[in-house]
Design a protein around this ligand. Structure first.
Ligand SMILES: Nc1ncnc2c1ncn2[C@@H]1O[C@H](COP(=O)(O)OP(=O)(O)OP(=O)(O)O)[C@@H](O)[C@H]1O
Ligand SMILES: [Mg+2]
Length: 478
């Protein structure tokens, strides 16, 4: 891992840890806020209960006074209602204060005073009910009731002040908690921004690196492809060179056999004729033996001629490719017992010798394959001149080749050699065949390929340049 990458990972880890803490702070603050809101609600409910109690006590007092002053019994109705509500509210307040011991104590005092207050009300009302309104009023104004009322107000005030203080504290706490939550949220936003920036930087760096690797990979692939092309070209050049060398050596060998071996055989024939003439006069057996030797020499001369023709058909150089093909096909099929169909155009002008020898060798290999593998009964050989193209076809009616099974595989030497000869002369090469449906070997070579361009030689090429040879690169496909 590089120094830069380590730093990046450390930065990312730090961001994640700080973000985690910040999220924790936000969540804790929200929880605290909820607790505080609940606490504030409880305080407000208690304050509301206290306010109600004060109201009902005042209402009761007002109703009593109204009744005592006016003697109107209708004032007694709100008094009863206020008393009833007061009892309910007191019950509620008691349950609200259950967890607060100091307030519960104060509330007990309040409840006692309220009970006392109502006992006084009851007493005054009883006196009034007996018709002693003035006595009842005196009881009220004696100050006892006022004192109780003040005490009630005082206790309620004390309880309210206590809760107001609590309310202020809770509200301040809430403000502080919300401030923390706000600060943590802002920090989190900042961290997310830093995180996004860091991630964008990492992605950008990663993309750049990938682009660089891809570029390097493409360059390497291109370099390897160029190397491969160069090797293929070199091999191509080499095999063309070898094919031409073999042809040259064959021609040289044919000439040597013809001139030297042929000369020796002819001299031998003359010598034997002389011996035969002499032997006739002396010994019949010797003459017979001499004739036999002479016949063997004749067979040797015949063999020499066939070998020479195979090495370099003299017809090819003397009468042209048409005659050479015709002679070769007839000779071979006759000896193999196959029917032959010939269809050879006569050329107005002889093609270059590279073309003639290529056509001849292609036909030779194709016919040889037919004899070896095809189990055919007929061979058809045609050489046609079409659109400045020489089209050679050797077809048989034999077992055929399973081209599907051979697809994707490299060609074997015979077929590859034929193709190479055609391509070297900027020609095309096809095999048309199917199992049981015979085989056709087709080579198309431009007639003008006689002017074969010398290959643009590479400086490091392993094969020396051969002017006017068939060292030509072929763009045509087979
Ligand atoms: N006319 C044909 N009929 C049937 N099969 C053929 C014919 N020509 C070629 N083949 C098949 O194609 C194969 C390849 O032929 P190719 O001439 O390339 O090689 P080869 O004849 O086996 O060997 P080489 O030519 O090097 O002596 C042959 O082995 C044969 O199975
Ligand atoms: Mg072959």
């Amino acid at each position: 891992m590089g120094n830069k990458t380590l730093k990046l990972w450390l930065t990312l880890s730090a961001i994640f840890i700080i973000s985690g803490i910040t999220v924790g702070v936000v969540l804790y603050s929200l929880y605290q806020d909820e607790v505080l809101v609940e606490r504030i609600t409880v305080i407000r409910e208690r304050l509301a209960s206290l306010a109600s109690i004060r109201t009902w006590v005042i209402d009761s007092e007002t109703a009593r006074r109204g009744y005592l002053i006016t003697g109107n019994a209708s004032f007694l109705e709100p008094l009863a209602a206020a008393r009833e509500r007061l009892t309910d509210t007191q019950k509620t307040l008691r349950s609200q204060l259950i967890a607060d011991a100091s307030m519960l104590e104060l509330n007990s005092t309040l409840e006692r005073q309220i009970t006392l207050h109502y006992e006084h009300i009851k007493a005054t009302l009883a006196r009034a009910a007996q018709g002693n309104f003035s006595q009842a009023e005196q009881m009220v104004s004696r100050g006892q009731d006022q004192k109780i009322m003040e005490q009630i107000r005082g206790v309620i005030g004390e309880m309210e002040a206590y809760h107001q203080d609590k309310l202020i504290v809770a509200s301040e706490d809430r403000r502080a908690v919300m401030l923390w939550a706000r600060l943590a949220t802002i920090a989190l936003g900042g961290l997310i921004l830093v995180l996004i920036t860091t991630l964008a930087y990492i992605i950008d760096r990663e993309l750049r690196l990938r682009e660089l690797y891809q570029k390097e990979l493409n360059q390497e692939v291109e370099r390897l492809a160029a190397e491969l092309r160069e090797r293929a070209e070199e091999l191509d050049t080499l095999s063309t060179y070898l094919q031409n060398s073999i042809e040259k050596e064959r021609a040289q060998l044919a000439r040597d056999l013809h001139d030297e071996f042929g000369g020796l055989l002819t001299a031998l024939k003359i010598e034997l004729a002389w011996i035969e003439g002499k032997a006739e006069a002396y010994d019949g057996t010797l003459m017979e033996r001499t004739r036999q030797v002479s016949e063997r020499v004749n067979a040797l001369i015949d063999l020499k001629r066939r070998v020479i023709e195979n090495l370099r058909p003299s017809l090819l150089d003397n009468l042209g490719v048409e005659a050479a093909l015709s002679w070769y096909a007839k000779d071979v099929t006759e000896r193999a017992g196959l029917a032959l169909e010939l269809d050879i155009d006569t050329m107005a002008e002889r093609p270059a010798s590279e073309i003639s020898i290529a056509l001849f060798r292609i036909a030779q290999e194709a016919i040889s394959n037919t004899l070896k593998y095809a189990q055919a009964t007929t061979v058809r050989l045609s050489l046609k001149m079409q659109n400045q193209q020489l089209r050679l076809m050797i077809a048989d009616n034999g077992v055929g080749i399973d081209l599907g099974a051979r697809a994707g595989k490299t060609l074997t030497h015979g077929l590859a050699g034929m193709k190479h000869r055609a391509l070297t002369l900027r020609g095309k090469f096809f095999i048309e065949s199917a199992p049981g449906r015979g085989t056709s070997i087709i080579a198309e070579i431009p007639y003008q390929s006689s002017v074969v361009k010398p290959l643009e030689r590479r400086t490091q090429s392993p094969v020396p340049a051969q002017p006017n040879s068939a060292f030509a690169r072929e763009s045509a496909s087979g």
